[in-house]
Write a protein that binds this ligand. Sequence first.
Ligand code: SF4
Length: 374
Amino acid sequence: MNNKDLPGLYIHVPFCKTKCPYCDFYSITDDSLIESWLDGVQQEVLIYNKEGFSVFDTLYLGGGTPSLLDEHGFERLIGILRDGFSFVPDAEVTIEMNPDDVTPSLLACYKALGINRLSLGVQSLQEEELRFLQRRHTAVAAERAIEIIKSSGFHNFGIDLMYGFYGQTRKSWSDTLNRVLAWEPVHLSCYQLTLSEGTPFGRMVSEGTLHKITEEQERRFFTHTSHFLRDRGFIHYEISNFARGKGYCAQHNMKYWQRVPYLGLGPAAHSFRDNVRWWNSRSAEDYCRLLREGRRPVAGREELSSDEIRLEKLLLGFRTEDGVDIDDIVGQSYGREALARLTSSGVVRIEGKRVLPTLGGYLIADRLPIMFFS
Ligand code: SF4
């Protein structure tokens, strides 16, 4: 196993101060469970350590809102992980932060404990848009947080943004991008707002009290974002992700798209190894209780068939600029015919042994794999 194939470790910190109405990640606002959740993570570490998960080259603390942990909670978490597992010396160690939680002392604590990459959830720098998204921070607070991050010497920091919602204009979106770029982040994640069923925004859409933008508007926002950032020196290396250079692509997330093993600990966390996926209970109470009783908190497991593996390689590969191996496509005659057709229509291009999505390919990345199957 070379270094590139070492597994990544994800920790789901399932606590948020408030719930955003568009979010369908699992999180709760009751922080009284933090110590029990930490006990649970400690038990899971012991379980997986016995099952061959031992050395990692990435650690990603996501959520939820990991920056809600105070210094004591954070130190305990890192202690648990370092006691049970090993990390290569240059491991990428990322934490997601909410702007309201950024303080010089918390950043100093992160640095002392080995965090070397920050991901700040800004979403927008327009006060009105932040109110619409019901974020707990303001645009002023977000810029202050970035300033603190910069003066704390964290060079490797990224910013998460959101676009494509009703009422947002191309002008306001460009203004947010311009103001964010002035802070010189090395990574940007730009997510199109999805209005999932089961979220408050999703319900408002079905009731007719919230409007979606049209598919054509979505397409224009996406294309504008890609051109805007590529013109300013970013690589559009994954549908929603942009980096200042290859060295700043999110190594941990690359594992998901390249089907490298990863272990997820915490409620609702997903794991993958040897073509098997499994995921934990989407309930912090059940997660803690099961582990207290010495049981696993796994809620589901699937072993992929060879057809599912092939489809998944295409689904994940076409999300990234690295695309897919041509051998995963031309094995069947219809694959070869589809490749010729899709190359001439300009949604993919061939470079050596790779089939790469173009910007038009990114736009239909979720449908592209099916086109090679029939
Ligand atoms: S802070 Fe993040 S994880 Fe928490 S509710 Fe909002 S979007 Fe979801």
